[in-house]
Write a protein that binds this ligand. Structure first.
Ligand code: FEO
Ligand code: CA
Ligand code: CA
Ligand code: CA
Length: 572
């Protein structure tokens, strides 16, 4: 961007170098404490995490889930509630006490299942240190077994009906919850991403239909084994069950008895996060990425407006779902997904086969859209396009061309980029927008061509694979990475995964944090007084080379850290 060399005065920290240490590094004047880890019990009747056995299904169901991802903080009647997605579990670690790190019993499989979902836990600061409040009446685990309701156009459609639910209006559970969102009325949105990897068939030669194939469902799961303990996950016995996953799920964190709602109006795909804003006219707008190579970027605009006394449920049940088309000249448009535009039979079908609808209208294939974040100070929105080794190499799963295009300019894109768009007239419901690239990540010490990155990337701040993305209330853009931590070849000098802050006006980017070995940094929120920043550290040691956070010979555990300033000042 122009002005990339301008020096920003927005950063309240000095940039830190890369690191390959098995610890969290933050700038001088800041400190990072571990607040809550995978397996920490939420109630006093549950045991502490057992490093020898890694717990049981029963202990895991009463404990903080694994692999922390999207998160947010809710202040409710003076209680501070942390809501966090537990995306998945590292099977080599979960079952690392067994021969070949494979499940030795049905309980081992169920333990893995219970490590998924969402954790809601009250937190409090005592003597300057944040921790969880055991036995708080707000504490709750939402798991793949929690009862949910199905809302929106797809509710009751034939494709949603199963033997257990002939009405197609209720289902059990949520899993692989990646990024998240927050509504203006104080609910949490958990986004279902790689839901397909949990389905399998007893007969490995079973052929799934083309619509399920578009979503990567097959006769083999990714090793979780859930079909062995629950027929729901056997796609030969329950072929409609995968149609009931891949949605955004709305949860009321203030009522532990509430029934989570699957929001089919927001479409079915591998949801990353859901960035919610109230448009100038009061309509609720949700921006969402589909994180798969060559898939699309979506927008939902509510039919009704958000105002005192309205039925907020209806706002996320009725509206217009659109998909992005980026033109090479820096303009773009939102293409509405309707029966007329897609040739599909109904809005219900569009809500279930959303990828196919996007292909039908000619949406732009993207380099894996991860988190979307809206600038609180300007009508502009950013999205991490994390990387795409298939760009220019092969089509997406729907057969759509993936030749390089405007916002996805590089073939075999190892590094990723962040695209930014500005809706026409500052109206987030407008059909048109203008776009540019905020940053093209790269490695200027290895490459001199486009793979060196944009002008705001240099030897001191380089990174690869931007993923998590969130603005703080001051308008600084926080960028979290989930990339290659090999620190050699194309990635030489980039170290472990990290978190950086970007100035949206000058383009300057500074490194703020580096994570422990083999982790990704994902999920970000703030205490109500903004004096603590909470950051998620996911899958430390996924390849067997970390003992973070406890050190020694301990089992590595995903965790949320609390970052404060030594002078007690605001963070971000
Ligand atoms: Fe779960 Fe696309 O990251
Ligand atoms: Ca992610
Ligand atoms: Ca990622
Ligand atoms: Ca991840």
């Amino acid at each position: 961007p122009s002005g990339a060399h301008a020096v920003s005065n927005r950063f309240a920290f000095e940039a830190i170098p890369v690191s390959t240490a098995d610890e969290v590094i933050v700038p001088a004047g800041y400190k990072a404490d571990v607040m809550v880890r995978w397996g920490d019990p939420l109630w006093s009747d549950a045991p502490e995490f057992d490093h020898a056995t890694r717990g049981t299904a029963a202990s895991q169901e009463r404990a903080f889930g694994d692999n922390t991802d999207g998160q947010d903080i809710f202040l409710h009647d003076d209680h501070v509630l942390l809501v966090v997605n537990n995306e998945y579990t590292n099977r080599d670690i979960l079952w690392g006490n067994n021969p070949d790190a494979k499940p030795a019993s049905d309980d081992d499989i169920a333990k893995g299942m219970m490590a998924h979902g969402v954790t809601i836990v009250e937190i409090a600061s005592t003597d300057g240190k944040w921790g969880i409040v055991k036995d708080s009446p707000y504490n709750r685990r939402v798991t793949p077994q929690t009862e949910m309701s199905i809302t929106g156009p797809a509710a009751g459609h034939d494709f949603m009906k199963t033997a257990a639910d002939p009405s197609g209006t209720t289902c059990k559970g949520t899993w692989n919850n990646c990024g998240n969102g927050v509504t203006p009325w104080g609910t949490y949105l958990a986004c279902e991403e790689n839901f397909n990897g949990y389905f399998s068939a007893e007969d490995e030669n079973h052929e799934v239909n083309a619509d399920l194939k578009r979503y990567g469902v097959s006769s083999k799961d990714w090793g979780y084994g859930w079909a062995k303990i629950d027929d729901r996950f056997d796609v030969s016995k329950n072929p409609n069950e995968p149609n009931r996953a891949g949605f955004v799920v709305e949860i009321d964190p203030t009522d532990p008895t509430s029934t989570p709602r699957k929001l089919t109006a927001l479409g079915r795909f591998k949801h990353e996060n859901a960035e919610v804003i109230v448009n100038n006219d009061g309509r609720v707008v949700v921006y969402m990425g589909d994180d798969e190579r060559g898939e699309f970027l979506y927008r939902f605009v509510s039919e009704g407006v958000y105002a005192a006394g309205v039925d907020t449920n209806a706002l996320l049940e009725q509206g217009t779902l659109s998909v992005a088309k980026f033109n090479d000249d820096g303009t773009g448009e939102w293409l509405d997904l309707t029966p007329e535009s897609t040739g599909m039979a109904s809005q219900a079908e569009i809500s279930i086969h959303t990828r196919q609808a996007g292909s039908a209208v000619g949406a732009t294939t993207m380099d894996r859209p991860e988190w979307v974040a809206a600038n609180p100070n300007a009508p502009e929105v950013y999205c991490c396009l994390t990387n795409n080794k298939n760009r220019g190499v092969k089509p997406n799963a729907g057969g759509d061309d993936t030749s390089a295009n405007g916002p996805n300019p590089r073939d075999k894109n190892n590094y990723g980029q962040i695209v930014r768009w500005r809706p026409d007239g500052g109206d987030h419901a407008a059909a048109g927008f203008g776009w540019d690239l905020y940053v093209l990540a790269g490695n200027p010490t290895v490459h001199q061509d486009a793979y060196a990155g944009s002008e705001n990337v240099n030897a001191d701040n380089m990174f690869n694979s931007p993923d998590g993305l969130k603005f703080d209330s001051n308008g600084l853009l926080w960028i979290q990475t989930d990339g290659n931590y090999g620190n050699e070849g194309d990635f030489a000098g980039q170290g472990n995964n990290q978190m950086l802050a970007g100035d949206p006006v000058t383009g300057e980017i500074r490194r703020f944090l580096v994570g422990p070995n083999e982790c990704e940094v994902t999920g970000l929120s703030w205490s109500p007084d903004r004096r603590t920043m909470f950051v998620g550290i996911q899958h430390p040691g996924e390849d067997g080379n970390s003992h973070w956070p406890e050190g020694g010979d301990s089992v590595p555990r995903s965790a949320i850290i609390a970052i404060t300033r030594e002078d007690g000042g605001l963070v971000g």
